[in-house]
Design a protein around this ligand. Sequence first.
Ligand SMILES: NC(=O)C1=CN([C@@H]2O[C@H](COP(=O)(O)OP(=O)(O)OC[C@H]3O[C@@H](n4cnc5c(N)ncnc54)[C@H](OP(=O)(O)O)[C@@H]3O)[C@@H](O)[C@H]2O)C=CC1
Ligand SMILES: O=C(O)C1=N[C@H](C(=O)O)C[C@H](O)C1
Length: 265
Amino acid sequence: MSGGGAGADRRLAVTGAGGRMGREVIEAAVDREGVAVAVAVNRTATDPVAGVEVDDADRLGGLLAAESPDVLVDFTGPASAVAYAEACADAGVPMVTGTTGFAGGQLDSLRAASDAVPVLKASNFARGVAALRRAVREAAAVLPGYDVELTETHHNGKRDAPSGTAKSILDDVESVRGDLDRRVHGREGDAPREAGEIGVHARRAGDVTGEHEVLVAGNRETLELTHRAGDRGVFAEGALDAAAWLTGRDPGWYGFDDVLDAGSE
Ligand SMILES: NC(=O)C1=CN([C@@H]2O[C@H](COP(=O)(O)OP(=O)(O)OC[C@H]3O[C@@H](n4cnc5c(N)ncnc54)[C@H](OP(=O)(O)O)[C@@H]3O)[C@@H](O)[C@H]2O)C=CC1
Ligand SMILES: O=C(O)C1=N[C@H](C(=O)O)C[C@H](O)C1
């Protein structure tokens, strides 16, 4: 048995239930009024999380068919997220994914699922990061010719580098600064900065939840824009807000800005 919540307003499925984020999502869901975890799965055997039984991820398709959850929340890895999106498409279950590190072809497969069900993907579910991204776009646009460097810092268990958030921010900078089109990952040796470069620096240390700093520098001034996540609950709450917003939507490809824009209307 995976959970229950037959009387709850919103019934969730959670993949990667034994991971750092999966646990956080289950704990936040259990604490949220009107939400229940109907299905929780993990690749390797996992003890119950916050009282919710965790099933084998190989059983996901059958569990989705049997339990008909309103929405699935996924924080796993790129290959599994694609497989789970296909299971969601087959079962008609909307999907929220915060997984990062997709290669181009994997992203295409994820997008293909959104022909059948709503899929919402975000590299970061912290509201402060959404604000950071808007501020970065604004700063980079009004400071033509200034150099831009990005530094991200994460815990030593993180697999992908640079972070998904860093890649999103780099896309943002490139969208407003056509002259910056070359990402340089660290520098070593005789490596003077050249025109067109955006330096990218990924640090991995200790249990840092997640930090992103954008440095915009001219010759006589510097601007630093930084976001620091205090704990993973920030991401879990954002993902649950996204899950609530996505429930009952038409099939399609959505982002966290869609959720935030709807909240500010
Ligand atoms: N968008 C956002 O706001 C955030 C995104 N993330 C992203 O979420 C993802 C997960 O992060 P985190 O929870 O820290 O990672 P963890 O390593 O703690 O957990 C990963 C989970 O995914 C499962 N998993 C990984 N690979 C596979 C696979 N090939 N098949 C099946 N299951 C798999 C693991 O299962 P098992 O236990 O068997 O290994 C585990 O349950 C990352 O991509 C990370 O970047 C993280 C935080 C916030
Ligand atoms: O792996 C993490 O921990 C995080 N991953 C996301 C990313 O890659 O941007 C979001 C957050 O920074 C935490």
